[in-house]
Write a protein that binds this ligand. Structure first.
Ligand SMILES: Nc1ncnc2c1ncn2[C@@H]1O[C@H](COP(=O)(O)OP(=O)(O)O)[C@@H](O)[C@H]1O
Ligand SMILES: [Mg+2]
Length: 229
């Protein structure tokens, strides 16, 4: 089953004076359970493609379906609900809240979804244990290494058991050892069934995915695994 699909997806950025054409009509899909890496040169549109599929931004034209549901022509509230329930995000800079502990960071989206504090804490603990941080629940981000912070961010992204985990350059701020720890966590999650879309410009990490999709100048030049579309 396709968990996400785009049809003729176009994205232009318009700042009032200059129009930058970034995505030129992308037809793309990811099946349930896949671990897909989106690769390509800097500026080729990798993050832009992910942000359209992740409902962080709105396309200029074209269609996007999440689990078969049209997510372009829906209202703001419905988009917000899908973002909260179906999607989890990991960014290069971790995007943790500095004042909160690791456990509290993971609890934030769970509480937004309506879980009680107690239940949210139990879930946060379970997912932090999964990423090897069961002993770091009460540490704030500044007390953690970059690799640990990124694993907190992964735990937060998957704690609501999203349909798709989207990671934009999750290892770009990390050294090799920490990057491998984060990649191990992603591979384990995928083995347990989590669908993952990861943007990276680093070949060694892209190769750890099941499929590598290559973007160039806003077009897909290779769908990977011999796929045509
Ligand atoms: N908000 C924006 N406004 C204008 N141009 C943008 C914006 N975001 C990205 N771009 C441009 O779109 C192109 C693709 O960017 P991006 O998707 O971030 O590439 P990648 O992630 O592959 O490095 C680049 O030329 C970039 O400068
Ligand atoms: Mg990018």
């Amino acid at each position: 089953m396709k968990v996400v699909e785009t049809k003729n997806l176009v994205k232009n950025y318009d700042n009032g004076e200059v129009i930058t054409k970034v995505l030129h009509g992308i037809d793309f899909s990811v099946d349930e359970g896949e671990f897909v890496a989106i690769m390509g040169p800097s500026g080729s549109g990798k993050s832009t493609l992910m942000y359209q599929m992740g409902l962080i931004d709105e396309p200029t034209s074209g269609e996007i379906f999440i689990e078969g549901k049209d997510v372009v022509n829906i209202d703001v509230h419905e988009r917000q609900q899908i973002r909260l329930k179906e999607l989890g995000f990991v960014f290069q800079d971790y995007a943790l809240i500095p004042e909160l502990t690791a456990a509290e960071n993971v609890m934030v989206p769970l509480i937004m979804m309506g879980y009680s504090k107690e239940k949210a804490h139990d879930i946060a603990q379970k997912f932090l244990e999964k990423v090897g941080l069961g002993h770091r629940l009460n540490n704030t981000p500044s007390q953690l290494s970059g690799g640990e912070q990124q694993r907190v961010s992964v735990a937060r992204a998957v704690a609501n058991e999203p349909t798709i985990l989207m990671a934009d350059e999750p290892t770009a701020s990390l050294d090799t050892n920490m990057s491998e720890q984060v990649m191990d966590v992603l591979k384990d999650l995928n083995k347990a069934g989590q669908t993952i879309i990861m943007v990276t410009h680093e070949d060694i990490y892209g190769k750890m995915a099941q499929r590598v999709v290559r973007l160039r100048d806003g077009n897909i030049e290779d769908y990977g695994n011999g796929k045509k579309k």
